[in-house]
Write a protein that binds this ligand. Sequence first.
Ligand code: SAH
Length: 241
Amino acid sequence: MIYVVGIGPGKKELMTFEAVNALNESEVIVGYKTYIDLIKEFIKDKEVVQNGMRGEIQRCKDAIKKAKEGKKVAVISSGDSGIYGMAGLILELITKENLDIEIKIVPGVTASIGAAAVLGAPIMHDFCHISLSDLLTPWDVIQKRLKLAAEADFVICLYNPRSKGRKDHLQKAFEIIGEFKSGDIPVGIVKNVGREGEFKQIVKFKDIDFETVDMTTIVIIGNKSTYVYEDKMITPRGYVL
Ligand code: SAH
C-alpha cells in the first residue's frame, strides 16, 4: 500500500484529516528531507527514507520496494501531491512496471491556494499554474504557455519562480507576460506559506523586485480586473454590487 500524501504548504493546521490519517497508518515515510522535517510530530518511531532535492525517482523506487515487502508506505509531497508532486511519478512507475500495489492519492492545500488565502482572494476567477523550472520542461514550452496565459488574461500562479541556477527566468517571464498585461496589475508575492518566516508583498506588475523572490516563494499575477484594497488582493468574480 502506498499513500501519496500532500502535506499542505507547512503548518499542520493546513493538513487534511485524510493526510494525517494516512501518515498515522503508514509504517514507512518517504520524502525529501525538508518536508520530513515539517511533519516530524507525525513520524514518531516510523521508518524514514529521505534524500535530497533531485532524488525523486530513487525516492519513489524506494517506496515501491518497501510496499512490495508488504509495508504501508507514505510518500510525501509538500502542498498537493498531484501538483508538481510525487503522485504522477508513483503512478507512472507503477503502470510502467505493471505492479499490483494499491495506491491512494491524498490531496493537499497547494501553494497557490495557501498563498491566495494569505493575499485575500486573487484567484477567484480563471487561473493557471505555470512552473518556471526547466529541469523537466523545455524553456520554449514554458515561454509559450506564459505568452498564451497572459494573452488569455488568466490569473497566473508561478511555481518554482527563481532558483540560484535560473536567476533570470522570472524576469524573462515578466517580459513575456508584460506584452499582454498592464504594468499596473497587482502581483502578490508570498514566501514560506504556512511556515516559519511567512512573508507577503503586493506590488504593481511593473514594480516587482525580482530579488525578493526565491524557490520558497509563489508569485500570483492578477488579471485585468484584479485590484488591491488595503492589504488585500482581490479578483472580482463578476458579481454586480
Ligand atoms: N506540490 C507542491 C509544489 C512543488 S513545486 C504544491 O502543491 O504546493 C515547488 C514550488 O512550490 C516552490 O518553488 C514554490 O514556488 C511553491 N511552494 C511550495 N510550498 C510553498 C510554500 N510553503 N510557500 C510558498 N511557495 C511554496
